[in-house]
Ligand binder design. Structure first.
Ligand code: SAH
Length: 211
C-alpha cells in the first residue's frame, strides 16, 4: 500500500474526509510533486511544509477540511487565492473537472506552482500573479472562492465576484490564528458560519494585511 493511501485512510478515520469525490482526489494527487526536493520524503506526513518565500503548503488534513467545507462538486467555477505550491488547486481541479483560477502574490511561487502542476500532469489550473484580495474579475462570477491565507476581514471584491448561492471559504482573524469562515451569498445578504480554528500565513494585499 502506498503511503498516500495510508494518509488518506487516516484522514477518513479521523472524520476529515467524507465525500467520495474529495477522497478520490486526495488519493490521486501526488503531494511530492508540489514540494521542494529536500521535503519530498515528508509528502505524506500530515503537516504543513516550507515551499520557499516564507510560505507553506497546507497540511493534508487542512486541504481535506477545506475541500469538504467548500462543498465542491463537478462543474463548479472556482477561484483560489494563494496558489502557493499549487497542491490545493490541483486537488480542487480533480473534483470539479473545470478550469481553476488561482491567484498568487509572489511571482517566484507562481512560477514554481506552474512547474509543479505540469509535473503532476494537472492541466486545468491557471495560476495568475497578482493581489488576490481584489479577486480575479476576468473570470467572475464564481460558485466558490477559496482563500488559503489568513485575512483580517472579508475582502469585499471576493463577495462581489461570488454568484448568488455561491460560497466563500476564508480564514479570518489575527495574523497568527484564525477562524475558518464560510460565507454563503444569498439574495441581497450573506450568511456567515464559523467552522473552527486554524493557522494560515497572512493574506497580504489591498483588502488584507499590509505587507
Ligand atoms: N494553497 C497553497 C497554500 C499556500 S500558503 C498550497 O496548496 O500550497 C498561502 C499563499 O498565499 C502563499 O503562497 C502566499 O504568498 C499567498 N498570498 C498571500 N497573500 C496573497 C494575496 N493577496 N494574493 C494572492 N496570494 C497571496
Amino acid at each position: 500500500m502506498y503511503k498516500r493511501d495510508t494518509l488518506v485512510d487516516r484522514l477518513i478515520a479521523l472524520g476529515y474526509l467524507k465525500t467520495p469525490a474529495v477522497i478520490e482526489a486526495m488519493r490521486e494527487v501526488k503531494r511530492e510533486f508540489f514540494l521542494p526536493p529536500d521535503f519530498e520524503r515528508y509528502a505524506y506526513a500530515d503537516s504543513p511544509l516550507p515551499i520557499g518565500g516564507e510560505q507553506t503548503i497546507s497540511a493534508p488534513h487542512m486541504v481535506a477540511i477545506m475541500c469538504e467545507a467548500a462543498e465542491l462538486s463537478e462543474g463548479q467555477s472556482v477561484l483560489e487565492i494563494g496558489a502557493g505550491s499549487g497542491y490545493h488547486a490541483c486537488v480542487t481541479a480533480h473534483i470539479t473537472k473545470t478550469m481553476i483560477y488561482s491567484v498568487e502574490r509572489l511571482a517566484e511561487l507562481a512560477h514554481s506552482a506552474k512547474a509543479n502542476l505540469n509535473r503532476a500532469g494537472c492541466r486545468n489550473v491557471r495560476v495568475i500573479v497578482g493581489d488576490g484580495t481584489e479577486g480575479y474579475e476576468k473570470e467572475a462570477p464564481y460558485d466558490r472562492v477559496i482563500v488559503t491565507a489568513g485575512a483580517p476581514d472579508i475582502p469585499q471584491p471576493l463577495l462581489e465576484q461570488l454568484k448568488v448561492g455561491g460560497k466563500l471559504l476564508i480564514p479570518v482573524g489575527s495574523r497568527y490564528s484564525q477562524e475558518l469562515t464560510r460565507i454563503t451569498k444569498v439574495e441581497g445578504d450573506i450568511e456567515i458560519e464559523e467552522l473552527g480554528g486554524c493557522v494560515f500565513v497572512p493574506l497580504i494585499g489591498k483588502y488584507g494585511w499590509p505587507g
